[in-house]
Design a protein around this ligand. Structure first.
Ligand code: BMX
Length: 283
């Protein structure tokens, strides 16, 4: 079966035609930060126009929380200013006359990384953690994606430690702001590149991000004890990052240490995951 899959993130909107877990075609456009949900959905509908008639189901993954009724809200409006209780399901149906599955972007990505990958390795419990501009996540327990009572499950970036959410002190926006504070105008990628060159300020910043993600993943292990924790996002997949987190966890007893694995689908995890959820929902 072929599904149209849409992933609305804080900076880009990815639209893909997905068949049996494989991306057949894709395109993307920017998320207009000053716009609103109607603009973002219009952009997605416009991008998908050339594929009209080629799909039977629709999946939409979004940054922010989606509850069971299909209502969409921001947890961190700094990522994207989604008005509280935006009627995402109704707005999607106004534009697409197809059955629709909805999920948070990182929950969808967790499912994308799970089915056909972790599932094939006989993994039953898996956590996905994306570390990019913000920090998002998803939980697969006993082979099923858990979204929770109101769509919150897996929002690890919103867990607090030392007086602030992890997202505010380990993700891309924080790295860029801290770099700026020490007189280096760059983004997270620039911080990592400078750290690779051995520049002290960048090595120190990378070290802080690594220590916090080591703490967060150890806490996730303690809470859910998954078979593996999959790291994704630009920071999660930055060269050397995963190995550095593992190094920071060497002091933990072996059975308390998370099994960390790099994400395999990269930027496509969300669309692959939501397409499969759409097909399962409408099978
Ligand atoms: C935020 C939160 C999560 C999202 C995560 C990663 C909002 C708008 N978003 O923690 O729902 O999964 O960011 O989002 O509250 P991304 O856009 O960086 O992929």
């Amino acid at each position: 079966m072929t599904a149209l899959a849409i992933d609305i993130g804080g900076t880009k909107i990815l639209v893909a035609l997905v068949k049996d877990g494989h991306v057949q075609d894709w395109t993307r456009g920017p998320t207009d930060f000053s716009g609103g949900p109607a603009d973002w959905l219009d952009t997605a509908a416009h991008l998908a126009k050339p594929w009209q008639g080629q799909y039977r189901t629709l999946g939409i993954a979004v940054t922010g929380r989606v509850d069971r009724s299909g209502s969409w809200s921001a947890l961190n409006a700094g990522t994207l200013g989604i008005p509280p209780n935006t009627p995402l399901r109704d707005m999607a149906q106004d534009r697409f006359p197809h059955p629709v599955a909805l999920a948070n972007d990182a929950q969808a990505a967790a499912w994308g990384e799970y089915f056909g990958n972790a599932e094939a390795d006989r993994v039953r419990d898996m956590v996905f953690l994306t570390i990019s501009t913000g920090i998002g996540g998803g939980i697969v327990a006993n082979g099923r994606l858990r979204t929770g009572r109101s769509g919150l499950a897996g929002h690890f970036g919103q867990i607090w430690s030392d007086g602030q959410p992890f997202e505010a002190r380990a993700a891309g926006r924080w790295l860029a702001e801290e770099a700026d504070r020490t007189g280096h105008r760059t983004d997270a990628e620039g911080v990592f590149a400078a750290a690779e060159m051995g520049e002290d300020w960048a090595v120190a910043l990378r070290g802080q991000a690594v220590a916090r993600i080591a703490r967060l993943t150890a806490d996730i292990q303690m809470t859910l004890d998954p078979d593996r924790i999959v790291l994704g996002g630009g920071i999660g997949l930055a060269p050397g990052f995963l190995a550095a987190v593992e190094e920071a966890q060497r002091h933990l007893a072996r059975d308390l240490r998370p099994m960390l694995v790099a994400a395999r689908l990269g930027a496509f995890a969300g669309v692959v995951g939501i397409a499969d959820l759409a097909e399962r929902t409408n099978a």
